[in-house]
Design a protein around this ligand. Structure first.
Ligand SMILES: Nc1ncnc2c1ncn2[C@@H]1O[C@H](COP(=O)(O)OP(=O)(O)OP(=O)(O)O)[C@@H](O)[C@H]1O
Length: 412
């Protein structure tokens, strides 16, 4: 008999971890899973392996290879997690947004493995976009407030989208940056090796004030490595021709002085927000270096955060816990947090991953609003082209066996 496989829309889960935990421990009323052993395939599970590797040197996923899991591309990492889970012989697997952060080839590869696996075990796919749903899925589960309501055959399920409107223009800054040169970032002939592997080969790239760039490249092409030279503390940047805000990296300016001029969003930040913090507090925390709120904000800072919340249409949710609003709204809040000081440079690293079509459209329209209504330069990083993103220029990393080469693909 053909197996039943389920899909759950990510947006319908307000506290996803609780629901997933309940399914895994058997505390649920979902059909066909009574008394069965389930495991979770998700980015959080991968992050735990990465953390354990860093803390205890436990190379569980890669003990046969002489490399840590952290150093593999996203596609390779996910493949190793999947193999590890299959070896534990579960009856069902929950696949939480399995294709996030993967380029097209890695998606096809993982899809093929999952389709093969579906003849042996039950799959429950948490999905963001209709197009991601595996062809073997037979039913969509309706969930509300973490309670299972019903199960519809996929052919009868209607994929709904919700409305969202911005109100007014984005608030002006209350603090200002001085002496910011026109050239914000310049990489000149930057070449990076890890051991014998050349990762980046003679990268030449300049980012100026008021530009809107997209950095694109397949998994493993070196996007994170470039970002770590701009925003992070990658020691490989020293000795290279990396110029940030007019100064050569490593010539006296601290990492904090550089970070102060950059607003930053990455998915990894979401993992750090474990504390209870409201939507409004999250926006205010953009004034401080901390992820949460450890200092008392001024009345003016609170007022400005309220104005941002209003523009985003989230007034009625401003006192709600950040982790309880939808994924798309969390993105808006985190982008507002990164923008509240109108930094010279805003880096959005995979800001559209894990969003459905409606969520993608909302976040893209916030990005366009920032482009129109501020002087901040945007660097948007992703492994795929995004319809309607319309950056001024695209910097593409093209992998070769001698490291990735860079090319400017389009300028409007
Ligand atoms: N510390 C390290 N040691 C060895 N190799 C590394 C290390 N860090 C990164 N790499 C390798 O460098 C290459 C580029 O990695 P990077 O994470 O910059 O790519 P990416 O384009 O951001 O990929 P993804 O889209 O998968 O996040 C990959 O092949 C990766 O395996």
């Amino acid at each position: 008999m053909e197996k039943t496989h389920f899909a759950i829309k990510n947006e319908s889960l307000s506290a996803k971890s609780t629901l997933v935990e309940n399914i895994l421990t058997g505390a649920h009323s979902l059909p066909n899973l009574e008394g069965k052993k389930g495991l979770l395939f998700s980015i959080t599970v991968l992050d735990k392996f990465i953390e354990n590797e860093a803390r205890y040197d436990a190379q569980t996923l890669t003990f046969k290879e002489n490399r840590g899991i952290r150093t593999f591309s996203s596609g390779e990492q996910k493949k190793r997690v999947l193999n590890y889970l299959i070896e534990q012989k579960p009856d069902f697997l929950i696949l939480d947004s399995p294709f996030d952060s993967l380029d097209l080839n890695a998606v096809l590869d993982l899809k093929e493995n999952l389709i093969k696996l579906s003849s042996e075990i039950i799959l429950i796919q948490i999905f963001n976009r209709k197009e991601e749903i595996l062809p073997i899925i037979t039913h969509v589960l309706e969930i509300k407030n973490n309670v299972f309501l019903s199960s519809s055959p996929i052919g009868k399920y209607t994929f709904k989208e919700s409305d969202f409107v911005f109100k007014g223009t984005i608030p002006k800054p209350i603090t200002f940056y001085e002496n910011i040169p026109n050239q914000l970032v310049s990489l000149q002939n930057v070449t990076i090796h890890y051991g014998d592997n050349c990762i980046l080969n003679k990268i030449n790239w300049t980012i100026n004030k008021n530009e809107f760039w997209q950095l694109i490249g397949p998994n493993g092409s070196g996007k994170t490595t470039i970002l770590s030279m701009i925003y992070g503390n990658n020691v490989k940047a020293y000795g290279q021709e990396v110029y940030l805000f007019g100064r050569k990296k490593g010539s006296g300016e601290s990492v904090w002085e550089i970070k102060e001029k950059i607003g930053y969003f990455s998915l990894a930040m979401l993992e750090l927000f474990q504390r209870q913090i409201t939507v409004k507090e999250m926006v205010i925390s953009g004034f401080f270096d901390s992820i949460g709120l450890y200092k008392s904000p001024t009345t003016l800072q609170i007022k400005l955060a309220e104005e941002w919340v209003k523009v985003l249409g989230l007034e009625s949710e401003k006192e709600i816990a950040f982790k309880n609003v939808t994924t798309a709204k969390q993105r808006l809040v985190l982008i507002a947090r990164a923008m509240i000081k109108h930094p010279p440079l805003l880096i959005l690293d995979e800001a559209l991953t894990n969003l459905d079509n409606q969520g993608t459209a909302i976040v893209v329209s916030l990005i366009h609003k920032i482009v129109r209504e501020s002087d901040t330069t945007i660097l948007f990083v992703s492994h795929r082209y995004i319809d309607n993103l319309l950056p001024n220029c695209v910097y593409e990393l093209i992998p070769t066996k001698h490291g990735s080469l860079g090319a400017i693909k389009q300028c409007i």
